[in-house]
Design a protein around this ligand. Structure first.
Ligand code: UDP
Length: 256
């Protein structure tokens, strides 16, 4: 790894470095897992490698259907090259089935299918614990413009339709997920594009037949087997082939 490159930001699960050209960023996926606003922490060896691969796969598919994203290409096991964007400070959450905080908040049994897909906004602010907000707050406080919200809503519906189908085809229910958007500045133009990552860290994924959880709830709820579950998602997506060594195996020095 090039040690001289400039670190721009270190988050809970990723580090951002200056990219090779202006307007680009290198995203490094760490093995760190956090939950409950970072009150619960662990290092889960192999998680970063799997998230890098799974997110690459999903962003490439979305780029291919014409959905604008920040993703350029994967660089290596843990890193990808993306376009630099200004992150819109919203967590956009899409729900198809009641689970997690929504099930709790509304007294719904986890697993209840929702009458239609629901999109929620949370204000990205760790100190406040990413509070749920209404569109009114978003525009009143200027976190995003009405035009940006329109773009976010239409892209989000498209992403949900595409991903629900993609996961259904491999026997997985897309229960809910979180996405983030950014502003891409191109000369005088600003475009809203999908940014951040999409991985089992940011989705709830349940096996259709067994209802087994194949996502970060394995960590949040101390179920164990997180890497195995993420590997299963990658394997079904056709990313890992059966004989590929597990990413948890550390690279060995080969002496000639
Ligand atoms: N989520 C996320 N990051 C967050 C909060 C939520 O990626 O900071 C994802 C989470 O993995 C789930 C969906 O958004 O797929 C809905 O999460 P929920 O609001 O139910 O919160 P949680 O129960 O995870 O606290």
């Amino acid at each position: 790894m090039n040690q001289r490159r400039t670190r721009i930001y270190e988050g809970k699960a990723k580090i951002l470095y200056e990219g090779p050209e202006p307007g680009t960023i290198v995203v490094h996926f760490k093995d760190d897992a956090t939950a409950f606003n970072a009150q619960k922490k662990a290092v889960i060896e192999g998680k970063g490698v799997l998230n890098n691969r799974i997110s690459e796969f999903i962003f490439t598919q979305l780029n291919d259907i014409g959905l604008p994203t920040h993703f350029i290409r994967r660089l290596n096991m843990r890193e990808q090259l993306v376009r630099e964007v200004e992150i819109i400070p919203l967590e956009v959450i899409v729900r198809n089935i009641a689970a997690g905080s929504m099930a709790k908040r509304l007294g719904l049994e986890e697993g209840t299918p929702l009458p239609r897909s629901i999109i929620e906004f949370c204000y990205k602010n760790d100190e406040l614990g990413d509070p749920l907000v209404a569109e009114e707050h978003v525009t009143a406080f200027g976190w995003a413009t009405p035009q940006e919200i329109d773009d976010i809503m239409s892209m989000t519906i498209r992403i949900n339709d595409f991903m629900s189908g993609m996961f259904a085809a491999i026997g997985i229910k897309l229960v809910d997920f979180k996405i983030e958007f950014g502003r891409l500045y191109e000369g005088d133009m600003v475009r809203t594009v999908l940014a951040d990552e999409i991985s089992p860290d940011s989705c709830r994924l349940w096996d259709f037949k067994t209802q087994e959880k194949l996502d970060k709830d394995r960590f949040r709820r101390d179920l164990g087997g997180l890497v195995e579950a993420y590997q299963e998602v990658a394997r079904r997506l056709g990313i890992l082939n059966e004989n590929e060594p597990l990413p948890t195996v550390k690279p060995k020095l080969v002496k000639s």
